[in-house]
Design a protein around this ligand. Sequence first.
Ligand code: ADP
Length: 467
Amino acid sequence: MLNSVRTRLTIWYGGVLALSLVVFALIVYYSATRSFYARQDESLQSTAKTVASAYLQELEEEGSVAKANEVVLAQMVFPNRYVQVTDMDGRALAWSDNLAHQPLLVSSQTFNEARERGDSFATINAADSPGLRVAVVPLSNDSGKRLGFAVVAESLSVIEESSGRLRRGFYAGVPIVLLFASAGGYFLARKSLAPIAAMDRQTRRITADDLSARLYVRNSRDEIGRLATTVNALLERLQVAFEEEKRFVADASHELRTPVAVLRGEAEVALEHERTTAEYQQSLQFIKDEAESLSHIVENLFVLARQPLRQPTLARQSLSINELVGECVRAGEVLAAQKNLKLLFEDAPQPIVLSGDDDLLKRMLLNVIDNAVKYTPAGGAIEVKLTTENGSARLTVKDTGIGVPLEDQPQIFDRFYRVDKARSRTLGGAGLGLSIAKSIVELHAGAISVSSDSGGSTFTIDLPLKE
Ligand code: ADP
């Protein structure tokens, strides 16, 4: 249950909402109660003032305290309120009928306060009922002489009833609001997560059945659309890698089948009947040569297969490209001499340093020089040149060989691609040399390209310099 994002979202949402509602209810409840109390005080005070002025008026007219008491208390009848008149010391002189024989017991401190400040308020607690709220107002005649106090009281139950009603409203309302809002939250979470659930179903189907299918992107700018686009890009790369892998395995097995068949055929022919030692030797020599070229192909296949894995562990080091090219040229000179070719090297005037894998870069350059030797007829020339070109080391290998036809140029860097299969095989090639060179150059963030015509080919390799 908790493993569902929908449920977790709803729980979070409900929790935050519950907390906010409770805080809100508490604030409303306390400020409302405070204003109830303030309103009651105000109203009691105004009643007390009315009593006071009526009392003073009566006193003036009647001239006797006892008479004034009688008249005022008979006139001033307020529902649910108790009225009392006291002398300056707070002793009760007269009180309303609803107080029966029990005058209000107001503390002397309250009278002191009223004496000092003009009016005062107090709460008289009772053991079994909510208690009484009392307002005390002084009685002073026109000349400012104080004669006593008017006291008006009312039960606190009035306020307690209102605040109780408010409390009960919150007890019932908060859970109901919470319930509805959480249900709404759950529904919203479900609705907004539905596209993800749909995407999950689609992705499962795609990865199980068919890598070429793609997720449906409703709006590529919202979060879900962006996720779908990312998944689609991932699928695209997976599909390319997968197909590349399939092609590689198919090509490799196809390429290996021929030399293996040749080996087997040769051995079978040799074993058909008794042969002379010289014939056996010849056969074995042939088998050895063929096995050597086979192991060359297998070795290259391993280099290619390992290529993507090598990337993070590429043994990068600072190296002088001038020296590296010089060493490759010296190795190439041996090959060139066997074919009666001239191999020239024009070094850059300044030392060039870049960061890379020494062995891989040598293998790359040797492959290119080896091709130039293989595809250039005797008497030709090969020129290797090193320069710098806007932030890169530029290597060119130029030959006067047979050239690469324009339509084949884009493919010669593909695995197993050979322009002239028969000729290339007799020269010992399996169409892997340039694809290895290209992946090595790309591992170093460089680029390799060819330009060629019937007069020869030029391979250009750019490698970024060390920063
Ligand atoms: P191979 O092992 O067959 O030489 P490569 O991948 O090295 O494989 O080269 C691919 C193909 O590109 C070769 O079969 C050849 O047809 C062509 N090629 C490569 N280098 C040259 C060159 N310098 N001159 C002419 N053709 C070339």
